[in-house]
Design a protein around this ligand. Sequence first.
Ligand code: V47
Ligand code: SF4
Length: 386
Amino acid sequence: MQKFLTMSSIDICIENTLDPELKSIAQKVKDGVRITDAECLALFNKGSLSFVGFLANHIREKLHGHSTYFNRNFHIEPTNVCVFSCKFCSYSRLYAHKEDGWELSIEQMLDIVKQYDGKEVTEVHIVGGVHPKMNMAYFIELIQKIKAHRPDLHIKAFTAVELDYMFRKAKLSVEEGMKQLKEAGLQSLPGGGAEIFHPEIRLQICADKVSGDGWLHIHETAHKLGMHSNATMLYGHIEKYEHRIDHMHKLRALQDKTRGFNTFIPLKFRNANNDMSNVPESTLVEDMRMYAIARIYMDNFPHLKAYWPMLGRQNAQLSLSFGVNDIDGTIDDSTKIYSMAGSEEQSPTMTTEELVTLISQVGRKPVERDTLYNTVRIYEDEAVLN
Ligand code: V47
Ligand code: SF4
């Protein structure tokens, strides 16, 4: 008893862990030493929720204390018409059935931007289906017009899937295409389209779009040009733990090289209205273990994000105890991709006050950030830290 009084909580965790492999992982976390793929598999196979959660929270608080980031952003989805046919997608309409879909003109998208005139948003997130008519010239014009109208708005746009299609159609190398978009005003890439890189799974769930290597090459090129990006992983469907580890391994290795990723975003597979509706969804315990293990393994990613429209508000709140330090933004839009896939969030909009309350309620400190994680405002007063 006397001994425990003088020990830190991580030392008590190490002392009380009987499994030698898990004990050694806990020691590595204490010492700030990277864990191996085999150790990551051990965490997936035998790390209890409380064990991985404790270690992840230790890392999260070492990196960020109680700070929990969000931003004020809005989304634009240019179209839900898509030439690809990912089996998990509840949102796209094949080009052959485009009468069921929507396509926004540049003017309509600019009108959306203008709705935010005078409002304190810092970012527009533009992602959609891959429409064959929306090409490089179209998107360059869109970006230029948004920048001309509102130069201070950070443009985070286009998944590697959209970019790969655009560049191939324009017969441009990734480097040349990316340079042109950057020059037009594109500043960051969102993390979508990553799914699961391993071909064993990728060929079953999204065979016809950019490969895992292609996705990584696009992000590496963006980083080399000085742009930042995010990375996602669609988990909880037909993949095995080994596929998740392979995916995270490739991201961690690229991050060692470029340091261009801001945040890792595990995306929980939702099974409504898609061709994988027969696949059961992961449990809440598995979701929290996923976040925690990602926080432990992805040691060179500064941030771990829970995307609340997909996970639900209360689960996003819970994730703040399992390694997550970012819950995206106010979003404030008509995002359809998640409500169509079965998320509880039929209307994914939260006011800044709601986000601040959500974070404060669990004893964390709300910090409004911009896309690059510069602090915009710290909400000290609202936080009920314990
Ligand atoms: O790549 C599609 C996912 C992603 C389903 O970078 C699904 O800040 C679950 O990447 N169940 C696009 N997920 C969204 C995305 C994103 C979202 C928010 C922030 C950022 C960021 C990026 O949505 C797709 C795919 O992995 N998705 N269908 C589904 N049924
Ligand atoms: Fe198209 Fe993206 Fe849906 Fe795949 S996930 S079908 S690329 S909109």
